[in-house]
Design a protein around this ligand. Structure first.
Ligand code: FEO
Length: 404
C-alpha cells in the first residue's frame, strides 16, 4: 500500500525507509535505519526528483503509481547517481518509457556504466544554471561536484524556493512518520547521526561542500529536501551552520576526545588517569572510547566534534594497535585538520606506537601534536602518572586558551 505525504502544494515525499540494512554502503552501522527520500511534483508536467535504493523500490513504485494515477511521468531529475538513489532508474524507464531523465554529462556517463541499457533516447542533458519549466514550477540546476561524487548536482525550485540538496544535509536514521526536522527533536535525537553521516560519507570533501554552501548562500531557501533523513522548513540556518563547521573542519565543541587501544587494561588505566586529571583541571566536556569496542565511524564523527584529541595505544606487532591504526588512517582519509592531539604509548619491550601515530599525524594538515608523548612500559608507574597529569594540565590550559 502507498505511504506518501504532501510536503508543499502539489509536492509529495514518495521515498521509503529501510530498517533491515545493517551496514550502509556495506561499511557503516545504521542501528536506526536509513531513509531514501524521493519527491514527486504534480504540475502541468509531472516531475520526480531522484529514485531510491533497490531494497525499498517496491514501496517507492507503489507511492509513485498511487500519486500519478492515470498520468504519465514526464521527468525524473537525477541529482545523484549513487545506487542508493538511482537503483530504481532502469525499472522507472521500463514503467514510464517516455520519461525524460534530467542530469548532467557526468550523470549520463554513469547511467551507461551502471545499466546494461541504452537510455540515451530518454536523456536530457543540463548544465549549471539551466532551468526546466514544468508549468507553475521551474527547476534550476546547480552543479555540486564531489559532494561527494563528481556528477552530483542540486536542484532549486524557484517558485517556492525549495532546494533539493542531494546527499547534502542528509542523515542516517529511518523516518518514523514525522518527515520534518521541526516535527522531531533533531538536536537531541538526530544530530549525532547527521554528523556521523556527514563526516564519514562526505567529510573528506569539505572544500567542495564550502563551494556548494557559497552557491546556496545566494538562494532563499524555504524548504530543504535532502535525499536522506528529515526535511527542513524551519531553522534551516542552524543546520547550515553545522555544515559550515564540518566543511571547514572547525571543531563543533571545545572538549577532549580520548580514544584508547588497550590489550590488557594498562593503556586504558593511563587514559582514565588523564581523564581524571582533565576533570580536576575543570574540563567538563570529555568523551572516552575504547577503540576496540566501537565502529570507527563513530570515532571519526566524534573527532570532527571535539577540538582536542588524546590517542592512547598499545604497541602491537611492532606497530600501532590495529583498531587505533584503523581509526587514525580513517581520520587522515577524511582529511581531519585543525586539531590539537596528545599521545600516549605503551609497549612492554619496545614501545613504538607513539612514534608511529606521530608519523601519521605529521602527514595530515593543521594538526598540532603535543611535544611530549607519555610512554609506558607495560603499566603506569608514578613517573608516568605525573606525566599524565602534566599532559592533562597542558590540554586544559590549551582548551582555556592559555599559553604554556
Ligand atoms: Fe545517498 Fe551518495 O548517496
Amino acid at each position: 500500500m502507498n505511504c506518501t505525504r504532501q510536503i508543499a502544494p502539489d509536492l509529495y515525499w514518495v521515498g521509503a525507509s529501510d530498517r533491515r540494512l545493517a551496514l550502509f554502503e556495506n561499511a557503516y552501522p545504521i542501528p536506526r535505519g536509513i531513509s531514501y527520500n524521493a519527491y514527486l511534483a504534480l504540475d502541468e508536467k509531472t516531475v520526480l526528483l531522484d529514485t531510491v535504493d533497490q531494497a525499498v523500490s517496491c514501496q517507492f513504485f507503489e507511492n509513485l503509481e498511487h500519486l500519478l494515477g492515470s498520468r504519465s511521468l514526464d521527468y525524473v531529475i537525477v541529482n545523484h547517481m549513487e545506487p542508493d538513489h538511482c537503483a530504481a532508474l532502469r525499472e522507472l524507464v521500463l514503467r514510464y518509457p517516455d520519461v525524460q531523465i534530467v542530469g548532467n554529462a557526468k550523470t549520463q556517463a554513469m547511467i551507461g556504466q551502471f545499466f546494461d541499457a541504452d537510455l540515451s533516447r530518454n536523456f536530457l542533458c543540463v548544465k549549471e544554471g539551466d532551468t526546466l519549466c514544468s508549468g507553475r514550477r521551474a527547476y534550476t540546476f546547480v552543479m555540486a561536484p564531489m559532494v561527494h561524487w563528481p556528477e552530483t548536482m542540486v536542484t532549486y525550485e524557484t517558485s517556492e524556493k525549495i532546494l533539493f540538496s542531494a546527499d547534502a544535509f542528509g542523515t542516517f536514521g529511518a523516518l518514523n512518520g514525522n518527515l520534518f526536522a521541526d516535527e522531531v527533536d533533531f538536536a537531541r535525537d538526530w544530530l549525532d547521526d547527521a554528523r556521523r553521516y556527514y563526516t564519514n560519507i562526505v567529510g573528506k570533501y569539505g572544500v567542495q561542500v564550502q563551494s556548494l554552501l557559497k552557491k546556496a548562500a545566494g538562494l532563499e531557501i524555504r524548504l530543504l529536501c535532502p535525499l536522506h533523513g528529515p526535511i527542513w522548513r524551519e531553522n534551516i540556518g542552524w543546520f547550515v551552520e553545522k555544515y559550515q563547521r564540518w566543511g571547514t573542519w572547525t571543531p563543533e565543541e571545545r572538549g577532549v576526545l580520548i580514544a584508547y587501544g588497550s590489550v590488557y587494561g594498562h593503556t586504558q588505566n593511563a587514559a582514565e588517569i588523564l581523564a581524571s586529571g582533565l576533570a580536576e583541571k575543570g574540563v567538563r566536556n570529555i568523551a572516552m572510547y575504547d577503540v576496540s569496542g566501537i565502529h570507527p565511524s563513530y570515532l571519526v564523527s566524534e573527532a570532527f566534534r571535539f577540538s582536542h584529541l588524546v590517542l592512547a595505544s598499545s604497541t602491537y606487532n611492532n606497530g600501532i594497535f590495529t583498531p587505533m591504526e584503523t581509526f587514525l588512517l580513517d581520520l587522515r582519509a577524511h582529511a581531519l585538520q585543525n586539531r590539537t592531539v596528545a599521545l600516549i604509548e605503551n609497549g612492554t619491550w619496545a614501545p613504538q606506537s607513539g612514534r608511529l601515530m606521530r608519523e601519521i599525524l605529521a602527514s595530515m594538515k593543521e594538526i598540532s601534536v603535543l611535544e611530549e608523548t607519555v610512554s609506558l612500559k607495560s603499566s603506569v608507574k608514578e613517573p608516568q602518572r605525573q606525566a599524565l597529569l602534566a599532559m592533562a594540565a597542558a590540554l586544559a590550559a590549551d582548551l582555556s586558551g592559555n599559553q604554556q
